[in-house]
Design a protein around this ligand. Structure first.
Ligand code: SF4
Length: 208
């Protein structure tokens, strides 16, 4: 990454962190993927049960492998029935997620089809740790919604066997397809519970 973009991201991250703190959430800056893993492990005590809601960013920084190999109870939902996975996630110590977009004043947007991810962000797991690349920071809520709809969701649709307009055009048509992956939109603008939501901003391009 260009050095000037790195510096811009670093100062922008401090702006986002101030916004998060004003919303009863905690923010952290990580200069690279290794620093992000180190920061995440400071938030995840050994022995914790950890669930995840389809967080590509956590895989990309190498965090999932560290958890699987270490002294943690990582809940691999692929090895459970959907119902078992959901109930285990609700009761987990830690829930890992990314955001589809985050505004420069700390509001997060997440879209979900099955809604397991957004429901666990909103309530259930004792602590939620977000891994968010600086590529997801948007100027305001309108821009964040547009990013979630027109970048994150169409990219996510490529992972599934779905027949949605975004999968073939790369942009959102606000569809009502039975296959839509956009059933719920969660806007996280404040945390009722202090020390529950933690956001690690990584100076890298992560996820989608
Ligand atoms: S076209 Fe449908 S599935 Fe695709 S992003 Fe828009 S609402 Fe979601």
């Amino acid at each position: 990454m260009d050095i000037n973009m790195q510096k811009r991201n670093e100062v922008l991250a401090q702006t986002v962190i101030k916004g998060l703190e004003s919303r009863n959430m905690s923010g952290y800056y990580a200069a690279d993927k290794e620093a992000a893993v180190k920061q995440a492990l400071e938030l995840i005590p050994e022995g914790s049960s950890i669930a995840m809601g389809g967080c590509a960013s956590a895989h990309e920084i190498g965090l999932i492998k560290v958890l699987e190999d270490g002294n943690y109870n990582y809940i691999n939902r692929d090895k459970l029935s959907p119902r078992e996975g959901l109930l285990a996630a609700y009761d987990a110590d830690i829930f890992l997620s990314s955001a589809n977009a985050i505004t420069s004043d700390g509001v997060m947007v997440n879209i979900d089809g099955n809604s397991n991810r957004v429901s666990c962000i909103a309530q259930g797991p004792r602590k939620v740790v977000f891994i968010v690349g600086m590529n997801k920071v948007c100027s305001d809520l309108d821009a964040a919604m547009k990013r979630a709809r027109n970048v994150a969701a169409p990219a996510n649709a490529q992972r599934f066997e779905v027949k949605t307009p975004c999968k073939t055009t790369g942009k959102c048509f606000d569809c009502k397809s039975p296959d839509t992956i956009c059933c719920q939109f969660l806007i996280t603008r404040y945390s009722r519970h202090k020390n529950r939501i933690h956001v690690i901003l990584v100076n890298d391009t992560l996820g989608f």
